[in-house]
Design a protein around this ligand. Structure first.
Ligand SMILES: Nc1ncnc2c1ncn2[C@@H]1O[C@H](COP(=O)(O)OP(=O)(O)O)[C@@H](O)[C@H]1O
Ligand SMILES: [Mg+2]
Length: 225
């Protein structure tokens, strides 16, 4: 069984009186341990697909299974649980809480899962150390550079040991140097067996991916290993 199984997935958004189709029949399987790059012109539906895969949005039609669970037929509560326990999301604009410490930011997903307090703290410290920020535990994201913020976001994404990391243009706001740092971390995580799907516009960043999927106008145009 593949980690992700998507068949004939469609998504449309209601705009005024009309349904606007955004995903127009996606078929896709992703195996455990893959590092997939998702590319395509702006507006072709990459983020929409990532959001459905990440349980932030729901499909309109078709099927999407994560570890065999049909994401289209779950209650809001179950969907939220899967998002928390199985998904590690990394966003272009980091989505951190600027005024609390990095440590607290990384602890937060574990709070929601009711992990014991001392375990939370130890794990958050370990994760921040693993992304090279062991000396910035008590800083807050607002005092960090973009590259450092994204490293905090990656540590946070790993907090609950997710089944899949979804990174939507994680280097989109970063300079060349920070991009290369972030990609080093991504490559390492994949080397440890983590499954990653990454939206990117930068062909350079796809070098450590084992597969590049090109989308166009709500469909998959090319899928190359
Ligand atoms: N909530 C929404 N309501 C209406 N249209 C949306 C919504 N979200 C995305 N869209 C539209 O869906 C299309 C694909 O968007 P998106 O998935 O963000 O593209 P990409 O990430 O590839 O740039 C765009 O035309 C966008 O305007
Ligand atoms: Mg997008």
């Amino acid at each position: 069984m593949a980690l992700v199984e998507i068949s004939n997935l469609e998504k449309s958004y209601r705009v005024g009186e009309t349904d606007v189709p955004v995903l127009k029949g996606i078929d896709l399987e992703i195996d455990e341990g893959e590092f997939v790059a998702l590319m395509g012109p702006s507006g072709c539906g990459k983020s929409t697909l990532m959001n459905i895969l990440g349980c932030l949005d729901r499909p309109s039609r078709g099927r999407i299974l994560l570890k065999g669970q049909d994401l289209g037929h779950l209650s809001d509560r179950d969907l939220a649980r899967i998002r928390r326990e199985e998904i590690g999301f990394v966003f272009q604009n980091f989505n951190l809480i600027g005024r609390i410490s990095n440590l607290k930011n990384v602890e937060l997903p574990m709070t929601l899962k009711e992990t014991a307090k001392n375990l939370r703290r130890d794990r958050a410290m370990e994760l921040l150390e693993s992304v090279g920020l062991g000396h910035r535990l008590d800083y807050s994201p607002s005092n960090l550079s973009g590259g450092e913020r994204q490293r905090v976001a990656i540590a946070r994404a790993l907090a609950n040991d997710p089944s899949i990391i979804l990174a939507d243009e994680p280097t989109g706001n970063l300079d060349e140097r920070s991009t290369s740092d972030i990609m080093d971390i991504m490559r390492e995580l994949n080397g440890e067996g983590r499954t990653i799907v990454m939206v990117t516009h930068d062909i350079e960043t796809t070098r450590c991916c084992n597969r590049v999927i090109w989308m166009r106008d709500g469909t998959i145009q090319e899928d190359a290993s």
